[in-house]
Design a protein around this ligand. Structure first.
Ligand SMILES: Cc1ncc(COP(=O)(O)O)c(C=O)c1O
Length: 355
């Protein structure tokens, strides 16, 4: 898609914030490098100070309590997802994934030898707990919940999240709760199934990548019951040994330092969300109002994606996120308002041209 669009294209295809990493996080890595603290392996699970910071972050931001021995620091949310899959999925096992959904869920299930089963979303692009429950079979070992979601930007309600926790408890399957966008929320609150489950069947994946605009640092983590952590640690210690030490120091500073950069980034994303949703509406493209992350997923007419790319704006066709994404496009608004305004005019022209 990027190549098809040419060099001067406006890229609304990227899944990463366009803000700098907070200065205090960068500086912490510089200090750790200069003092030699970051020269050696850390504990496989990550430095005690980082795991303390992660535990504290969950209490501060999401209101649930975890011990430091329930946390493994990983190479981004991507490795965290990989650990969960490798530790829980065997050949023939099924994992239920939202469709459209983040591309890694299906791929990592396949890598672990399992089979992913698509769960179509509601018309408002949220994941319906009943649709998940309906698809549970004797082979199901896990289902994925991602709120706020990529590629839709939609946020699960508290009652849906309670249902996901109940399903994990009652069916004894793992709920993989991908919460990498948990703090990128414009309306309402974030709820984690971890808070509501009675069993240890919920595993949470999170990262500094999106919240602190640290995608290049590769620092995420997984939270779960100690037995599950023990299984995931066996995978982590052989595939990764430990997360990059400089990144661990940067993440600790990001999590414990001033949180204003997060609020400023979210305020900018909210303004852009409004700009994009209004612009899409003006172009006649229906789009459930995203309440988080930095994506919108409008319904688009046949031929729209090619037309808009030919006119120099890159968007991602919905089918890249699963068969049920067909007829939609993902628009990332991780770019400045002036550029978005220019892109929206082109989107308007393209939509009219193919209608
Ligand atoms: C829903 C979701 N989960 C996980 C990730 C992986 O993030 P990371 O960069 O921390 O590996 C992404 C990245 O786009 C994502 O959108």
């Amino acid at each position: 898609m990027f190549e098809a669009a040419g060099e001067d294209a406006i890229n609304l295809g990227l899944g990463q914030p366009d803000f700098p990493t907070p200065e205090h996080a960068r500086q912490a890595a510089v200090d750790a490098i200069e003092s030699g603290e970051a020269d050696a392996y850390t504990s496989n699970m990550g430095t005690p100070a980082l795991r303390e910071a992660i535990a504290h972050k969950h209490e501060r931001d999401e209101g649930f309590v975890v011990d430091t021995d329930q946390v493994i620091a990983t190479a981004g949310g991507s490795e965290a997802l990989h650990l969960v899959m490798e530790a829980h999925v065997d050949a023939g096992d099924e994992v239920l994934v939202p469709d459209p959904g983040f591309v890694s869920y299906e791929a990592l299930t396949t890598l672990a030898g399992g089979e992913s089963v698509s769960v179509p979303l509601r018309a408002d692009l949220t994941l319906d707990p009943a649709a998940v429950e309906d698809r549970i079979t004797d082979d199901t070992v896990a289902f994925v919940v991602n709120s706020p979601a990529n590629p839709t930007g939609t946020v699960a309600s508290e009652s849906d999240i309670r249902e996901f926790a109940r399903i994990a408890d009652e069916h004894d399957v793992v709920c993989i709760s991908d919460e990498v966008y948990a703090q990128m929320l414009f309306e309402g609150d974030h709820y984690s199934p971890y808070e509501y489950a009675d069993s240890d069947n919920v595993v949470v994946v999170n990262a500094c990548s999106k919240t602190y605009s640290m995608t290049g640092w590769r620092l995420g983590w997984v939270v779960g019951g100690t037995d599950r952590i023990e299984r995931m640690l066996r995978v982590h210690q052989y595939v990764q040994a430990c997360a990059s030490a400089p990144a661990q120091y940067a993440a600790e500073a990001a999590l414990t330092g001033p949180q204003e950069p997060v609020a400023e980034m979210n305020a900018a994303f909210e303004r852009r969300r409004d700009l994009v949703v209004d612009g899409l509406e003006d172009a006649g493209l229906e789009c459930p109002r995203p309440a988080g992350a930095f994506y919108a997923m409008p319904e688009v007419p046949e031929g729209f994606v090619d037309e808009v790319i030919e006119r120099g704006v890159v968007v991602v066709p919905g089918e890249a996120f699963g068969d049920n994404g067909a007829g939609h496009a993902r628009i990332s608004y991780a770019t400045d308002e002036a550029t978005l305004t220019e892109a929206l005019e082109i989107i308007d022209d393209a939509a009219r041209a193919v209608r």
